[in-house]
Design a protein around this ligand. Sequence first.
Ligand code: SF4
Ligand code: SF4
Ligand code: SF4
Length: 310
Amino acid sequence: MGQDKWNISFKTIMSSLLFAFVFYAIALWRYLVTGYIFYLYNFGYIGTALACGLFLNTALPKKHRSWGRRIAQLLVGSYLLIYVGFILGENLQLEGFFIYLLMGVFQGATLHYFIAKIIGPLLFNRGWCSWACWTAMVLDLLPWKVPRYKRVRSLGLMRYVHFFVSLAAVLYIWFILGNRTIYADKTTEIYWLAVGSILYFVVGIGVGYIFKDNRAFCKYICPVPVLQKITSRYAIMKVEINKDKCIDCGLCEKNCPMNIKLLAYKNANKRICSTECILCATCIDICPKAAVSITNKIDVIHFKSACIRN
Ligand code: SF4
Ligand code: SF4
Ligand code: SF4
């Protein structure tokens, strides 16, 4: 009942607007500090796209709510990859972040990583991974939305290997080869972005096919969670199950693209503090009892006891 109707309330509108205003504040801050008009329209656009997605994700009839996230993901992901990446010539990938850090530059990839993947997760968890990532924007088009197999925990180590290989490659270029002007020419930056993006897409689709899991690349190979997981553990926004409403049907857990053990968290009276949760809202949309929601709190986290292994 009520699932085929729009759900437009004061709360729905205000939470989307609040989200947009956070981005507008960042846009204004960067514009006032740097004088670059780019920051105004860049963060303005991203904030507006995300706010529209959030609005649709709560306002649309339940069976269509995931469109909100997909629309935001397409708007932000394609903007960052095509416009910021290829047209403006900014390599927003991990290696770009390392190079900008070494150059002492606080813009482009550095700012992107700082907001989306290091400090931002304290607020919006790993929301980047389902609402904005351009790699997942493509991987989410694959047909294996519900993972067919259990997660292979040991393969997660590959993410750390990937992270340190990327770091080592940049340090080698910078310190051993002594190339401090690698990004002096934008063409190099664009080539690096192009090769890196193609590799991510090809490998992502390949492992998606092998594991019959759209998010296999995210679970096993992508190096970005190595950074996100540090702060997302303390995220204010997390998924929570209302024990009183839950009927233990298991649908949320069965459909979670990241194989999170939602019911174990519920039974332990905890929010979903797994750093694998990407706030995709699948569990919220699928729950027949409206028992799942995203709540905003500060958890007291003890590293060893708080998180249930998934
Ligand atoms: S894990 Fe990597 S590829 Fe997957 S959504 Fe996050 S940043 Fe994108
Ligand atoms: S727990 Fe829910 S929000 Fe988190 S990844 Fe799983 S389905 Fe998505
Ligand atoms: S889908 Fe809802 S009712 Fe079913 S187990 Fe999950 S939280 Fe409980």
